[in-house]
Design a binder for this molecule. Structure first.
Ligand code: ATP
Ligand code: MG
Length: 259
């Protein structure tokens, strides 16, 4: 359903993603891991069509359900966002409007994508927040961004992105701001999405999360893919960088998901 072919992305003169490629089937999960600055965020932002200013795709193509996103119009790409694909950003707080309540933004987001009365949209939003283990969801709806903790903000972002069970969920470090117990719960929720046939392309520093969720793990360094495969492949891999990353795996929800 998603195919990335030979993707190269530059910021100014500097190439930060170099010949990245990937095929993601429906309902499958792929995780990109690797050190800071290796190009992970850039890859998924390119798929979403929202590279930071100055970033551009210099080679390759991105196909969504067989259609090139790069050669289609911006409008078509825009329409895909929400129902076709949605994204959980590394910093959800920055995406939300600071002078409007969470509830008014969430209700508006729902009503842009689906015609329904405000009250029903409100209830839908509350139920999504509950699914994300946010206690006191009604209060969260009435809050402003600055009144929420980092972990709460992140869960709001995840709830919004998952509202319409998109065909493709792009997630940039979706759980890194959360404590390990909540992290495990959110990862489980994301995994559940696959039953609805959502494909997930995720970025994480945590190889434990990656191993728990993914059909394929791609490791990047300096914009290039250094290793890829399923959990078993990576555990057996003789690649030195893979070994280094595996040694650094933290514990998630009391379990170390690789080993
Ligand atoms: N807006 C920008 N302008 C210029 N260079 C950028 C911009 N955003 C990212 N870069 C550069 O692109 C490279 C890849 O950045 P990217 O954000 O994709 O890394 P990352 O793997 O997601 O890192 P992290 O784990 O820290 O989030 C880095 O060298 C970074 O400095
Ligand atoms: Mg990043």
């Amino acid at each position: 359903m998603l195919e990335i072919k030979d993707l190269c992305v530059s910021y100014g003169e500097k190439t930060v993603v170099n010949h990245f490629h990937l095929k993601l089937e429906q309902g499958r999960v792929c995780t990109i891991a690797g050190e800071s600055g290796s190009g992970k965020t850039t890859v998924i932002r390119a798929v979403f069509g929202l590279l930071a200013a100055g970033g551009r795709v210099t080679a390759g193509d991105i196909l969504f359900e067989g259609k090139s996103l790069l050669s289609g119009s911006k409008e078509e790409w825009g329409k895909l966002r929400g129902m076709g694909m949605s994204m959980i950003f590394q910093d959800t707080g920055a995406m939300l409007n600071p002078i409007r309540t969470i509830g008014s933004q969430f209700v508006e987001y729902i009503r842009i994508h689906e015609r329904m009365p405000k009250k029903q949209a409100w209830e839908k939003a509350v139920s999504m927040l509950r699914r994300m283990q946010l206690p006191d969801s009604e209060r969260v709806m009435k809050s402003y961004v600055f009144q929420l903790s980092g972990g709460m903000r992140q869960r709001v972002g995840i709830a919004m992105a998952m509202t319409f069970q998109p065909k493709l969920l792009l997630a940039d470090e979706p759980t890194s701001a959360l404590d390990t117990v909540t992290q495990a719960e959110i990862v489980r929720q994301m995994k559940d999405l696959r039953k609805e046939n959502t494909s997930i392309l995720m970025v994480t520093h945590n190889l434990g999360v990656a191993a728990f969720m993914s059909d394929e793990i791609i490791l990047m360094k300096d914009g290039k893919i250094t290793d890829r495969g399923d959990k078993e492949h990576l555990l057996k891999s003789e690649n030195a960088y893979t070994g280094k990353l595996l040694d650094a795996v933290p514990v998630l929800g009391g379990k170390r998901y690789v080993s």
